[in-house]
Each structure stands twice: as C-alpha cells, then as structure tokens.
Design a protein around this ligand. Sequence first.
Ligand SMILES: Nc1ncnc2c1ncn2[C@@H]1O[C@H](COP(=O)(O)OP(=O)(O)OP(=O)(O)O)[C@@H](O)[C@H]1O
Length: 376
Amino acid sequence: MIPTPTIYKTPQTGVGRSRALFEAAIERIRVAYPQDLARKEGIYYWPDPLPTPTHQRPDPLVLFVQAESASSRTEVEQSQTYQAIIPMTRREVLERRNRERIKPSMQIPLGLIDKPEEQLVDTFLVDLHGTAGALTGGPLLIAGAQHSGKATALQTMLLWLTTRFLPERLRCAVIDPFGELDHFRELPHFNHPNGETLWTDGSSDEQLTRFINTITTDIQQRREKFPNQYWSTQTLSQLWSQGATIPQFLLIISNYQAFAERISAFTALKKLAQAVIEARMQGNYLVITSAETGTRCIPPEVMSKCSTKIGLALNEQQRSELFGRTSFAPETIPGRGLIMTPERKVHQIQLALPVAGKSGGLRDEYLKQELAQAVH
Ligand SMILES: Nc1ncnc2c1ncn2[C@@H]1O[C@H](COP(=O)(O)OP(=O)(O)OP(=O)(O)O)[C@@H](O)[C@H]1O
C-alpha cells in the first residue's frame, strides 16, 4: 500500500517560496510513488525535468556517451555519469560510418525538448533538409544574447555532422568573425577540391568575396548538372546509392550581426544566404547565429526564410520577433531556449554540450583532443 503524499500548507511569500514549495511537493510525490512502480502499474508519469547546468554540475547534457578511457579527464570527471543524447561514444559513431552505408541526413541531434502537453522529454532534432513545407525544417537561425550558448550549439552541430559523415559526404564552410569554431578548421570537411579551406573570419571584403564566389560557383555548377526538375524524381539518397559522391553542403554564418555596419559585406552575405536557401533541394543547407534579431542585423528576406528558429536568453521584444506574442520567458540558463515546433507551439529546449568538462577551458581542451582523433 502506497501512502498518500502529504503536502503541508506553507504561506506563499513570493516567487522563490512558491517555487520551493512546488519542488518540495514534486519531490514528496516522487519519493512516495517512484517512477518504476508507476510504470509497472501502467500509470502515466511525468518525465524528469530538462537537465540544468549549475555551478556544481556545469555539464549535465552532452552529445555522445563519454568514453571512460579519455585519459586526460580528471578522476572526478571520469566517475561522473552524463546524460548523452546519442547512446554511443563518438568512436562508435566514427566506426559505424566507416563500416555502414550511411544515408544523407541533415537531422541533427542538438539536445532535449520538453513537451509538457505530452508529458514527454524527447530528443531535440533540427532538420535542415525538411520535407513538407515551412516549419518542418530548412534554414536554421539561432538567436541569442551574449554567452547564451550560440557558439556551443554550433560546435555540437559540427561535432555531430563531421563525426557522422566522411568528408566526401559532407562539405562545410564557415564564416566565423570571432574565431569560436577554430577547433574544427583543420578537419578535411572544410577542404575544397580547388585547394581552398572553406573558412573565413570575413574581416576583409576581398576575403569574403573570394569565399562567396567559391560557394556560389559550386551551387551554380550543381544546378547545371542537376537542374531543379531533376530533384522531383531523384533524391541525394538515391544518387549516393548509385555511387555518386555529391557531398551535402553546409554553410554556417556565425554572429551575423557582426557585419551589420559593413554595407557591401552585409549585402554580399544576404545574396549568399539566399543562394544557399534556394538550393536546398540540391543538398545545400544554411545555419545562422546572431546576437540580434532586428532587421538592421539580419535581412528580412533571410530571416523570413529561416523556418526553424531557436531563441536563447532573448528579451521580450526579441522573443516576440521570433515566436510571436504568445511565447514565455525561460530561465536564463546556458543552452536553455525556445523553439517553435511544426504545430506552431513554443517549447523549451536544453542544448547539449559537445563534450563534458568542469569548465569552458577544459571542455575546449577535450574538444580539441576529440577532433584530433583520426577521421578516416
Ligand atoms: N548547452 C550548454 N550547456 C551548458 N553550458 C553551456 C551550454 N551552452 C553554453 N554553455 C556555456 O555558456 C558559456 C557561453 O557559451 P557560448 O560561448 O556558446 O555562448 P555565445 O552565445 O556564443 O557567446 P558570445 O555571445 O560571447 O559569442 C560557455 O561557458 C559555455 O560553456
């Protein structure tokens, strides 16, 4: 017989007190009626809350299962258990891609999503390819305040994609004005067949123009080889299975707002973004991050085409620009944000770190070591 939990009346004196009471009540129910027992009796049970990075535990959610043998990790770190969104180590995923015939996919696991109406916490996937129309996938915008987790989200995304796909299956190009993705720069996924590294900080118009020309020429050539109507009967997946090696192409423009003051660079970037957006069916994909959401920082023609938008620690006006007036303010936690789902509902998400580690400095070091592992 399970005792009914007792919830004591406590005078409510403010938000802090009501939250404490709420959490205490949940804790009592949890103790009185454990999840396993509830499941056995066929009772629907609420899922665990989204993992929250704290001072003591800054890395509760990571992309891959952390390999125990990572020799550089401290003993404390090795003994920690992490919630991983992919139930495999990175090495296992690398081995699998060398062994198996991998299909093209721009579904990227980025964290966890809370769906209270379904009493469900699920893997949060963004889908850069998408299938049927707006909001089911397509260009992604990650907008967030400073230090909200934009660069980390890009690192998690790049770690997943470059682990999952061999360089001949995925080509990446990055505009990274603040050097936040430098660790990935040496990966062969950024090498263009013409010998260029598809990487720029965009600090000079000349550099940016060269980078843009290389990409737009590629898009044009792919379009000439495989015109639009061709893709109504063929998919990249079919082409791969017939032995064609056409890589998926991903362009990342990090910190778009950094170009707002440079009119010619801003215009050139807009044209590049539009060219990639229009060539999605031919396997070209776009991800943008920005610390600002206004039209001065992201051209409306680009913003309106970003059918997936993630908002991290935004103010009220920015949230309403992204999600409309109905959205709510999540707690200010690194990697915690909002996303609008295809049903036009706004949900909370927690993004995963690329690797575990007690501090930003250590995580940086571990990420560098991970990426140094052979990719072939
Ligand atoms: N998903 C996450 N889980 C835990 N910590 C995170 C997460 N995302 C970011 N952080 C931490 O928050 C801090 C800021 O992250 P990040 O540099 O990615 O933010 P940013 O928005 O790119 O910042 P900036 O505006 O300075 O470029 C870092 O210390 C990082 O480790």
